[in-house]
Write a protein that binds this ligand. Structure first.
Ligand code: NAD
Length: 438
């Protein structure tokens, strides 16, 4: 099949490359000329494991092309996916900013030739698909198309595997013709018996927000349990294990830490609240999830201050990890942004390392010294904070870290290390939801 993907970011590029890998002919379109120029040079503008190999392979097979324009690409396509960003609105009111989606709809409509299925892959509020259809009809009154919703559930850092082996595919349609076209797009996944949820457009749109809000709820829930653990001397990891082995609860997303971040959970929880509010429904659990998450980030900054004797002013702190999770360079809404800004405001000097996110971090956190290794970051620091659980921080040479530090204070906000072992090595070790040792 011929497919066009509008928006070549984390979702659009991964989806485009994976559709090409399915055997479709894909045009990935982006209005960011620099991004397309880099892709044409086979340079991947984001860090996503395995993506370089997949893009190169499909470029060489002529199944994947990149373009800054909508034609060629859209006119030949049987299916056009809209995968542009839907960030939180700049007004700060929690609404999703749909201007990129609506612009894409307006721009692509004049290029539609035969019957085309236009699919929202971006995470969008309920009602957006209908609005996209209206915009396209206005821009091109003679076009024949259906609009569908196909929210994306991939995780950055594991995006290709998630796309190729999803837990499910959700398709919101209101015509059997569009349903058949989308089933044909995903035919290879039918063969591996991936469950398909075929539903109304509104249901599909809401499903994405409900799924993300539920995952955020699990995180905020276990973070509150961690806070209780710290007061009563319990171990949150054992509590999470004891809970998670119950099949009704499940083990995933029960890791206590500095709070959730990233390009999805923060904006999607807020957007769900707005959808509820607009429809006169209260959504108290998600309201609390958002509040708990903000409080958790603030609590982490206080934890660091306390570990440094109550004042971080003038102290040097090594920070390991900046991205909101490992295996990505994505810094959007990362807990590091809030926590590091608080430490800087209180006069701390920061030396940071992250395997991928430092170029982006340098743009938004200019007052930080960026180091080429975790050991360099620790040199002469009063304490080290582990903020993102990259694999390379899971097997640190702890004696080397200890020797580099001025004081052996280790604040592990991802519970990577074992308290007893850290105490034996002579660290004052602070973690989340576990007893402080040393
Ligand atoms: P992104 O910011 O990485 O990429 C969006 C791209 O769209 C950018 O390259 C931008 O230049 C391009 N663009 C914007 N307007 C355009 C236009 N009119 N024409 C052509 N290109 C245009 O965003 P992302 O992280 O890929 O997210 C895209 C959507 O997918 C969002 O709605 C997001 O919530 C959702 N989503 C993201 C993830 C994730 O992990 N990043 C996972 C699931 C769903």
């Amino acid at each position: 099949m011929r497919i066009a993907v509008i928006g070549t970011g984390y979702v659009g590029l991964v989806s485009g490359a994976c559709f090409a890998e399915f055997g479709h002919e894909v045009t990935c379109i982006d209005n960011d000329e620099a991004k397309i120029a880099r892709l044409e040079q086979r340079e991947i503008p984001i860090y996503e494991p395995g993506l370089d190999v997949l893009v190169k392979k499909n470029l060489e097979a002529n199944r994947l092309v990149f373009s800054t324009g909508y034609s060629p690409g859209v006119p030949e396509a049987e299916v056009v996916f809209i995968a542009v960003g839907t960030p939180a609105s700049r007004r700060g009111d929690g609404y999703a900013d749909l201007s990129f989606v609506y612009d894409a709809a307006r721009q692509l409509a004049p290029f539609l030739s035969d019957y085309t299925v236009v699919v929202n892959k971006s995470t969008v509020p309920v009602g957006t698909a209908r609005q996209v259809a209206r915009i396209m009809s206005e821009a091109n009154p003679t076009a024949t198309f259906d609009v569908a919703s196909n929210p994306e559930f991939l995780r950055e850092g594991a995006a290709i595997n998630d796309f190729m082996h999803p837990d499910r595919v959700v398709i919101g349609v209101d015509s059997t013709r569009a349903e058949e076209v989308l089933k044909a797009v995903y035919r290879p996944l039918y063969l591996i018996e991936t469950p398909f949820v075929i539903t109304s457009i509104e249901t599909a749109e809401l499903t994405k927000y409900a799924a993300n809000a539920f995952l955020a709820t699990k995180i905020s829930f276990i973070n509150e349990v961690a806070n209780i653990c710290e007061e009563i001397g319990a171990d949150v990891q054992d509590v999470a294990k004891g809970m998670g082995l119950d099949g009704r609860i499940g083990k995933k997303f029960l890791h206590a830490g500095p709070g959730y971040g990233g390009s999805c959970f923060p904006k999607d929880t807020h957007a769900l609240l707005r959808i509820a509010q607009e429809n006169g429904v209260t959504c108290r659990i998600v309201e609390a999830v958002v509040e708990v998450n903000a409080a958790q980030k603030a609590r982490m900054a206080r934890k660091i201050r306390k570990a440094l004797g109550g004042d971080e002013g003038g102290k040097t702190i090594a920070v390991l990890g900046l991205a909101f999770k490992p295996e990505t360079d994505d810094l959007r809404d990362a807990p590091a942004l809030t926590i590091l800004s608080t430490l800087l405001e209180h006069g701390a000097r920061l030396r940071a390392h992250d395997p991928q996110a430092m170029p982006e971090a340098a743009k938004v956190l200019p007052g930080v010294k960026y180091c080429s290794s975790p050991y360099e970051a620790c040199e002469g620091a009063d304490a080290v904070v582990l903020l993102t659980e990259w694999n390379e921080y899971r097997a640190l040479d702890l004696m080397r870290i200890k020797q580099s530090l001025k004081q052996p204070i280790f604040i592990d906000l991802r519970n990577v290390y074992r308290p007893k072992a850290m105490a034996q090595l002579g660290f004052a070790y602070h973690s989340v939801g576990r007893v402080k040792v040393g």
